[in-house]
Design a protein around this ligand. Structure first.
Ligand code: PMP
Length: 394
């Protein structure tokens, strides 16, 4: 009998020649347990998803209750399905008034695709601006936005009319013109290794988009849903986007994504042609119920109240001669080392000692730390102690 490991390698399509291959049996809160009974602290929320922790009781309850009512019954947008409606209302209530129309999909990439189409259709323009070192997903459109040539090179031709500027650089905003449909940008760049820009940059972005009639689309797939200490990361910068995109943490462990805009903008999908953007499974009722429970958990349990304190504790504890810098916004953190060669054995050792972390797609010398927001101070101390041990023993 081939082992599960062997079957995994034989029959599941692989995405690298060095998968982690941890074999997990269960996961609860911040912990995952493997088939041998070993516990791991999930310090990356696998990745950026389990913001309320694995199997949060309210999420599980919502899923069970919806499963007992109905699963998929109709393509997105035709039937009135209570989980979708309640989720859309709750999402709108977390946002400024003009972000009041929610298009539910199944993943981050899909949400980005929808947002790109929305911008093209609403503005009648086809050029889209994105940033270097951005990651917006793996589908063709989203990949076109990706700001790393090595990821794109072998998949060309991609979408025409996409160009890139340096994130956070005000001078480069000149690239936003009357011919730009949208500037699509992560509010905080994730895969670049947690990079943020200042208020002056964001107000210049907003102003330039307003002047040119360009839609400002903020990708909050990684940084939204409480990750940075505000429900939406853009709340830190005193701006309002035209479209905000979410996924990952939004589902509390279930697959779902969305792009949210103003009703008047979103209306373009209804005509010329009708059904301008459609999805069979978008806003699956079970995922929508899980997402609503996730949103309510973050708000009702006031999970955002002590994020700042937790962030500070990480900074206080993660001190070591080999740590060059700790960048963070809330519990979205990057711990920078000299090089990938320094970091890789540390990550391996941390996993061996029971803490799961990794690096970033476009920053392989920084360790990713993005724990479930429910992590306690004691658990932070435990996790940081293991990281420091891993640095010493690697
Ligand atoms: N945008 C950002 C900022 C992301 O971090 C990701 C996922 N890493 C995506 C888009 C794509 O999401 P998905 O993997 O659900 O397609």
């Amino acid at each position: 009998m081939p082992s599960q490991r062997q079957l995994f390698l034989n029959h599941l399509a692989q995405t690298s020649d060095a998968p982690l291959m941890l074999e997990m049996l269960s996961a609860n809160g911040i912990y995952m347990q493997d088939v041998d009974g070993k516990n791991y602290i999930d310090l990356i929320s696998g990745i950026g998803v389990s913001n309320v922790g694995h199997r949060h009781p309210r999420v599980i309850e919502a899923i069970k209750s919806q499963v007992d009512k109905h699963l998929h019954i109709m393509v997105y947008g035709e039937f009135i399905q209570s989980p979708q409606v309640r989720l859309a209302e709750a999402l709108s209530n977390t946002l400024p008034k003009r972000l009041n129309s929610v298009y539910l999909v199944n993943s981050g990439s899909e949400a980005i695709e929808g947002a790109m189409k929305l911008a093209k259709r609403y503005t009648g323009r086809s050029n889209i601006l994105s940033c270097y070192d951005a990651y917006h997903g793996s589908s063709h459109g989203a990949l076109s936005l990706t700001g790393s040539e090595s990821f794109k090179r072998n998949y060309r031709p991609l979408l025409p009319g996409v160009s890139h500027i340096k994130y956070g650089d005000r001078d480069q905003l000149e690239a936003i013109t009357n011919e730009t449909a949208a500037f699509i940008v992560e509010t905080i760049q994730g895969e670049a290794g947690v990079c943020h820009a200042n208020n002056a940059y964001w107000s210049a972005v907003r102003q330039k988009c307003d002047e040119t009639g360009t839609l400002l689309i903020l990708d909050e797939i990684q940084c939204g849903f409480g990750r940075t200490g505000n429900f939406w990361a853009f709340e830190h910068y005193n701006i309002i986007p035209d479209v905000v995109v979410s996924a990952k943490g939004m589902g509390g462990g279930m697959p779902i994504g969305c792009f949210i805009s103003n009703k008047e903008i979103m209306q373009v999908f209804t005509e010329n042609p009708v059904l301008g953007h459609i999805s069979t499974f978008g806003g699956h009722p079970v995922s929508s119920a899980a997402s609503l429970a996730t949103l309510q958990t973050i708000l009702d349990e006031r999970l955002l109240n002590d994020i700042k304190e937790k962030e500070k504790l990480f900074h206080k504890l993660l001190k070591h001669p080999k740590i060059k810098e700790v960048r963070s916004k809330g519990l979205m953190m990057a711990v920078e080392f000299e090089s990938y060669d320094t970091l890789k054995p540390i990550i391996d050792k941390a996993i061996e000692l029971g803490v799961v972390t990794d690096w970033f797609l476009f920053n392989d010398k920084s360790m990713r730390i993005a724990p479930p927001l429910i992590i306690t101070e004691d658990e932070i101390k435990k996790a940081c102690k293991i990281i420091l041990q891993a640095i010493d023993k690697a």
